[in-house]
Design a protein around this ligand. Structure first.
Ligand code: PDD
Length: 293
């Protein structure tokens, strides 16, 4: 069955959906995006994603293409029309279409497109066994708090890491881990503190991070928001990362160093369970040995 996508006002078969050659998203990377997880046909933390979409647009002085409720309706239509039970909904808003010029004219109409991607999010091999991440210098611009489609730095870093046998890569700037190439990075200290970097322009304010820190507070887990070095991460008792597409993903190797004995740690397991529970995933939907909380 051909996928139905949303493109500039219409739902269409994907082969019939087109954006102009002169769209500034294509010519300048002048666009922002969001990825929302869908589990059991329901969007997870979507209000956070829509709030961040507004924040990213406002940071680039691009107007919202339509009210938030209408964007959410489009997401729901995409899920329904594609019978999506598990996967992601992608939204992208560019500044619009104009002849190529660094300076943009007033009054451009933003281009909104959206599509679904069916894939397994819950109980993946990585979530069960943990993944190895490489380390690389952060090659990106300085406004990483805006979720732009300028992702070439991440693309190259991920491809290089994959070539070297790693599942993903954590990026490093001035001797400190900024974040994963498409995820938020965390370590757990010997005294049981969960350590994510504090929010700043250096990293994307992760929606999964926000939701998870709320759960940590509810469950009275200790959190310390601060930067950490790659060496501290390699010597941490546990490490993990979060994103809409990987949920809570254990990290069991950083560079060449195994972390926490090379298996997912107990606190990471707990957080996986809390996150799924909050997302409304019934334990019976998960394969038997997925997340023993
Ligand atoms: N990426 N940091 C970066 C650089 C990211 O690209 C992402 C998400 C995150 C985690 O954010 P969230 O928890 O809101 O998904 C952190 C998405 C999944 C992507 O680019 O596909």
């Amino acid at each position: 069955m051909e996928r139905i996508v949303y493109c500039r006002g219409d739902f269409r078969a994907e082969a019939q959906a087109h954006v102009s050659l002169f769209d500034r998203g294509f010519l300048f990377g002048d666009a922002v995006y969001e990825v929302t997880a869908v589990i059991g046909g329901r969007m997870i933390d979507n209000e956070l994603h829509l709030a961040r979409l507004q924040r990213s647009l406002s940071g680039l002085s691009i107007p919202m293409p339509m009210p938030v409720a209408e964007i959410e309706h489009i997401q729901q239509q995409l899920i329904a029309r594609n019978n999506l039970t598990e996967g992601t909904v992608y939204l992208q808003v560019s500044r619009g279409e104009a002849d190529r010029d660094f300076l943009y004219p007033d009054g451009l109409v933003p281009t909104l497109v959206g599509f679904t991607q069916a894939r397994r999010l819950v109980g993946t091999k990585g979530q069960r066994e943990g993944v190895a991440v490489d380390l690389a210098e952060d090659p990106r611009w300085t406004r990483r708090d805006i979720k732009t489609v300028m992702l070439l730095g991440q693309v190259l870093a991920k491809v290089r890491a994959r070539k070297h046998g790693f599942a993903d890569v954590w990026l490093v700037e001035n001797g400190k881990v900024t974040e994963g190439a498409s995820s938020t990075a965390y370590i757990v200290t010997a005294d049981g503190r969960i350590v994510p970097r504090g929010d700043s322009q250096a990293t994307l304010p992760g929606c999964t991070r926000r939701a998870l820190l709320r759960l940590c507070a509810e469950h009275r887990l200790k959190v310390e928001e601060r930067s950490f070095t790659p060496e501290e991460a390699q010597n941490a008792v546990e490490a993990f990362m979060t994103s809409a597409s990987s949920l809570v993903l254990p990290v069991v190797q950083i560079g060449n160093a195994p972390v926490g004995g090379g298996t997912p740690g107990p606190l990471t397991r707990k957080l996986q369970g809390y996150y799924l529970e909050a997302a409304g995933v019934q334990t019976r939907d998960i394969t038997a040995d997925d997340y023993p909380v």
